[in-house]
Design a protein around this ligand. Structure first.
Ligand code: FE2
Ligand code: FE2
Length: 154
């Protein structure tokens, strides 16, 4: 893979990068669950909770505040939006949760890496101070709590 020099994340975007950290942890927990032969329903319940409590809101913020900075016709934004749709469908799938969790874990991780390595860098290069300030107002506190009791990954 092509090596990219890490760009320092603008502080207005840092809360979204913190969400990404939790998202990558979700992927890791799903993998742990599979490795430990945890019942699919237990992993699925946790994934559903994570979607409702954290990820759905994260997608909304990206779609309403961040992506418009580049515009929805931008190739990188189109890719991100298509990935959001795919990931959402995987969370919602009730037909074959084992299969969708497997794909989900991979797709979510690669989506987060794409945003961190490519899309966010592009956005913070283009964004003006006013856009970044408005992000700041919407995203200034870290509200993440993980009160889930069934820690199947431990
Ligand atoms: Fe995203
Ligand atoms: Fe994201």
């Amino acid at each position: 893979m092509e090596k990219r020099k890490p760009i320092k994340r603008h502080k207005s975007i840092q809360p979204l990068s913190r969400d990404h950290h939790h998202g990558l942890l979700l992927c890791w927990k799903i993998r742990q669950g599979f490795q430990k032969n945890v019942a699919t329903e237990r992993i699925k319940s946790y994934a559903d909770w994570f979607w409702k409590d954290h990820l759905a809101g994260h997608f909304t913020v990206e779609e309403s505040l961040l992506f418009p900075i580049l515009g929805n016709e931008h190739e990188l934004v189109k890719k991100a939006l298509a990935e959001h749709r795919r990931i959402k469908r995987l969370f919602k799938d009730k037909e074959n949760p084992l299969k969708s969790l497997n794909i989900l874990e991979e797709k979510l991780e690669s989506h987060i890496r794409f945003e961190e390595r490519i899309l966010f860098n592009e956005i913070q290069t283009i964004a003006n101070e006013e856009q970044l300030r408005s992000l700041d107002q919407h995203l200034n506190q870290d509200t993440y709590t993980d009160k889930w009791e069934d820690k199947f990954w431990e």
